[in-house]
Ligand binder design. Structure first.
Ligand code: BLA
Length: 510
């Protein structure tokens, strides 16, 4: 029997990506306990440090790696983030190693690779100098009142120019974490995804959560054989590799990237107000390891872009809200001097429409119901208010599709698709309607086929990312953060206003 897509996707979100017990092979990993004894080592240790992994486990770390005198295994500091240091392996003296050290629970994790590999195989990769230039360049370029679009363009251009990836994209999440490629810079070796949408399940919840903790993830060669950690056995919990640069990545995601024609990738997070706003995805058609130093530099890039995006978002929101507030104040001024509230609301209908960029209105105040523009007839509007009232909630209700969200309120006028409902007293409402806006959504591959199961029971991501167009009907344009904020504010103002007006009337009538 055909399994439901939902069930398969639930399974995707269960994969324990923090504890794979394996690394990518372009470096090696050692973990030590509080007594500086090696608790775990990657099976490839010998190639880097000259000591076999099984011989290393249980020994003091300084028999395998020598740290500079100035370096302290200072737990509180290492808990704050990874520290970079050059180390030597006494068994392998000639090769300095570059190590990244961080704390994971009770253990200290040391990940290292040969220090000389500053550049990738092709020689055109990132040197320390280039990554430094990337950061200072981006900081300078993005200063001032940049729009989100400009910031995204500048970022993908700068990263591709300085670091030479084949394809750099910014992927922006929507409220439900499906996302769209909003900027890209590329050569011809990989396909364009600009303007395409991808379902939330492509980056399942646990993978998004990890991006709030660690801003950078690098995959050097998608076809690698994972290298197992020794010591990751039954006597001990598996190592929490959340912050490991070398962490072996999800096999499903590796297949996904191969299906995209990608051989190497570096992904950075963009975090805005504590929420994952988007990702910068850097893809390369051929294998490409980036140095630990570059990974650190990329973390700075992630931080820089995140701050800039947050500033631009705040500016955009402020400007949009300012415009709405001017309209709102005009409406409230008129109501203050009005004799008859409902009649006055009708007078300012055009301003009300503008306030939430709506197409029609319905107001109920006491026994009066009144409608304007694109709206259901009065009886139907009143029934809709009753139905929304029964939902409870905080006095605000938004729907982009009444047909979907309130199928019983079939009281929908021809063309009206969505509503923003503001309840300002027990039975009193103002409804803002939006008409249907049919549109097409361009997906990167059919989202209904996001995942399947092969004959051996393994989950597989979709194989094609070719544009797949979905026609969406029965919905209105989405209610934005600015719409919601304005509605919240206007509802409160109206509630206070009506309350005060009612009290005044009582005083007058006494
Ligand atoms: C991870 N999936 C990801 C990541 C991205 C995408 C960016 C983070 C990758 C990283 O850290 O390097 C998806 N990549 C995209 C998208 C674009 C892109 C949308 O370039 C658009 C241009 N993935 C699936 C399915 C599953 C799945 C069906 O498609 C589950 C069955 C899982 N994706 C999955 C997992 C991870 C992931 C588990 C985390 C990988 C890890 O960090 O180990």
């Amino acid at each position: 029997p055909q399994e439901a897509l939902e069930e398969l996707l639930d399974e995707c979100a269960q994969e324990p990506i923090r504890t794979p017990g394996a690394i990518q092979p372009h470096g090696a990993l050692i973990a030590v306990d509080r007594g500086m004894r090696i608790t775990r080592a990657s099976r490839n240790l010998e190639a880097f440090a000259g000591v076999a992994a099984d011989a290393a486990v249980g020994r003091p770390i300084d028999e395998v790696l020598r740290f500079p005198d100035s370096f302290q295994f200072d737990r509180p500091r290492l808990e704050g983030g990874a520290t970079l240091v050059t180390v030597h392996a006494p068994q392998n003296v000639d090769r300095p190693l570059r190590a990244s050290v961080h704390q994971a629970g009770d253990e200290t994790v040391v990940e290292f690779e040969p220090a000389s590999e500053e550049r990738d195989d092709s020689g055109e990769g990132a040197s320390r100098r280039e990554t430094y230039d990337l950061i200072t360049g981006l900081l300078g370029q993005t200063r001032g009142d940049r729009t989100i679009e400009q910031l995204c363009e500048m970022t993908v251009e700068a990263i591709r120019r300085r670091l030479g990836f084949d394809h750099v994209m910014i992927y922006r999440f929507d409220a439900k974490y499906s996302g769209e490629v909003v900027a890209e810079s590329r050569n011809e070796s990989l396909d364009s995804y600009l303007g395409l949408r991808f379902p939330a399940s492509d980056i399942p919840e646990q993978a998004r959560a990890l991006y709030l903790e660690t801003p950078v993830r690098a995959l050097a060669d998608v076809r690698y054989e994972p290298v197992e950690l020794l010591g990751d056995d039954a006597n001990r919990d598996p190592l929490d590799m959340s912050a490991c640069r070398l962490r072996s990545m999800s096999p499903i995601h590796r297949v996904y990237l191969q299906n995209m024609g990608v051989a190497a990738s570096v992904v950075l997070s963009i975090v805005c107000e504590g929420r994952l706003w988007g990702l910068v995805a850097c893809h390369h058609a051929t294998p490409r390891a980036i140095s630990l130093d570059t990974v650190h530099a990329m973390a700075l890039v992630s931080e820089t872009i995140s701050i800039r995006v947050q500033m631009a978002e705040e500016r955009r929101m402020r400007q949009a809200l300012n415009g709405r507030f001017v309209t709102q104040n005009r409406v409230l001024d008129r109501l203050h001097s009005a004799e008859d509230l409902v009649a006055e609301l009708a007078e300012v209908a055009d301003d009300l429409i503008a306030l939430l960029e709506a197409d029609g209105l319905a107001v109920r105040f006491g026994e009066d119901v009144w409608t304007f523009g694109k709206a259901p007839e009065r009886g139907h509007a009143a029934k809709l208010m009753d139905e929304i009232g029964r939902l409870g909630g905080d006095g605000l209700f938004f729907s982009e599709s009444l047909l979907r969200d309130l199928p019983n309120a079939a009281a929908v006028a021809e063309g009206v698709a969505g509503v923003a409902s503001l309840q300002f007293r027990e039975r009193d409402f103002i409804l803002f309607f939006r008409e249907e806006q049919a549109r097409s959504v361009r997906w990167g591959g059919n989202p209904e086929k996001a995942v399947s199961r092969d004959a051996s029971g393994r989950l597989l991501p979709r194989a094609s990312f070719a544009e797949w167009v979905e026609q969406v009907g029965g919905r209105c344009r989405a209610w934005t953060d600015v719409d919601r904020e304005t509605a919240d504010d206007f509802r409160k103002a109206l509630a206070v206003f009506v309350l005060r007006r009612t009290r005044e009337l009582k005083v007058l009538n006494r």
